[in-house]
Design a protein around this ligand. Structure first.
Ligand code: KG4
Ligand code: ZN
Length: 343
């Protein structure tokens, strides 16, 4: 018999609800919050207020699009963390309420595990050849993490960022350049008209398989401050080249770290996930890397790269099969260190 899962994701600034029938996504509604644009970054209090406003209509829409009734739902999957406390609390409270009133189990989901397991969604655009063990690479606004994925529930952290995440560096760089939020997709677009070698930004020198992105943001700041002394129009006159060069260096740092992980583990299957994995330069370099090292690199359709509840639902599905349910008294975990507690 099929399992119907209602999944809720509210870890940061997007309210998302998905309905899954087994490993197939029937609907995946993502409600983006526009309120943060004026601030150049996510304002946690505004994010939780917007989640509160959006969550019920998003659930209604997801059920309607899936043509499924609440009474058909067999389990509620919800992101427990990592993420913003207020945002997580909204999703978790609604999930608990649904679980209680429908008398169906509650399933807690780790957001990073969800990014990776998005690769197991049944979708005609997803390659089915991904086998365990593989290297998982989550590159998002909150995380840059290389994982050894042994099976659905066993992960080892190979390396991660020591400070900012790659997406955060793109968003902060965009803010320095006076662009909108989130900055990653804007930099991606503008870079296509720029020269990636026009400006030279330093790559961080860190332990193999680790990353650091706070330095590059500072070097962009210093470059702008120095150049604007002589030319107040510096940014406008060089915007495309600045974007292309900044993005190029961040992508090269990501590629360097991934290369080290492939060489270290000798694993030839890699699954890329997270918002930044939608970046066109990153995807181009991943394709080149797969040819250079003769490895299989799997990327996701864009709708499953950025935050979405379908990926929360797929973790819910695999946990449902193992009857890994949780009690109603759980609280959000804002910093979910490592992967030791996700079974
Ligand atoms: O996975 P995600 O939606 O949320 C987190 O879990 O953080 O990732 C959001 C991040 C933001 O930093 C955003 O700027 C970045 O992903 N992003 C991109 C692109 N699309 C989203 N960065 C570069 N190029 C893109 N096309
Ligand atoms: Zn995410």
């Amino acid at each position: 018999m099929s399992v119907y899962i209602l999944a809720i994701e509210s870890s940061c600034d997007d309210t998302s609800v998905a309905i899954l029938k087994d490993n197939e996504v029937l609907s995946n509604v993502v409600c983006n919050q526009q309120v943060h644009e004026a601030f150049g970054g996510v304002v946690p209090e505004l994010a939780s207020r917007d989640h509160l406003k959006n969550i019920i209509p998003t659930i209604d829409l997801a059920l309607k699009q899936a043509n499924v009734l609440l009474s058909q739902i067999n389990a509620i999957a919800v992101t427990r963390g990592p993420g913003l406390m207020g945002s997580l609390l909204v999703g978790l409270s609604v999930a608990k309420t649904l679980s209680l009133t429908l008398s169906v189990p509650l399933i807690e989901v780790n957001h990073l595990q969800a990014h990776i397991l998005a690769h197991f969604i049944k979708d005609p655009h997803l390659d089915k050849k991904l086998n365990f063990p593989f290297i998982g690479f989550v590159v998002s606004g909150g995380h840059t993490q290389l994982l050894l994925v042994e099976d659905f529930f066993r992960y080892k952290v190979l390396g991660e960022t020591l400070d900012d995440a790659a997406g955060e560096a793109l968003d902060k760089g965009a803010k320095l350049l006076g662009l909108g939020f989130p900055g990653g997709p804007i930099i991606d677009k503008l870079s296509q008209s720029g020269n990636p070698k026009a400006f030279c930004f330093p790559k961080a020198n860190v332990t193999p398989m680790h990353f650091s992105f706070s330095g590059i943001k500072t070097s962009l700041l210093y470059l702008i401050q120095n150049e604007e002394k002589n030319n107040p129009n510096f940014i406008n006159e060089n915007l495309y080249d600045l974007c292309a060069s900044y993005q190029y260096t961040i992508v090269e740092m990501l590629i360097d770290g991934l290369k080290q992980a492939i060489q270290h583990t000798k694993i030839q299957q890699i699954a890329i996930a997270g918002g930044v994995s939608g970046n066109s330069q990153f995807r181009k370099r991943l394709l080149e890397l797969s040819k250079e090292l003769n490895v299989d690199i799997f990327t996701l359709p864009l709708k499953y790269c950025t935050d979405n509840a379908a990926m929360t639902g797929i973790v819910g599905y695999y946990k449902f099969l193992k009857k890994q349910f949780t009690s109603l008294d759980i609280m959000p975990i804002t910093r979910w260190e490592g992967f030791q507690n996700i079974t």
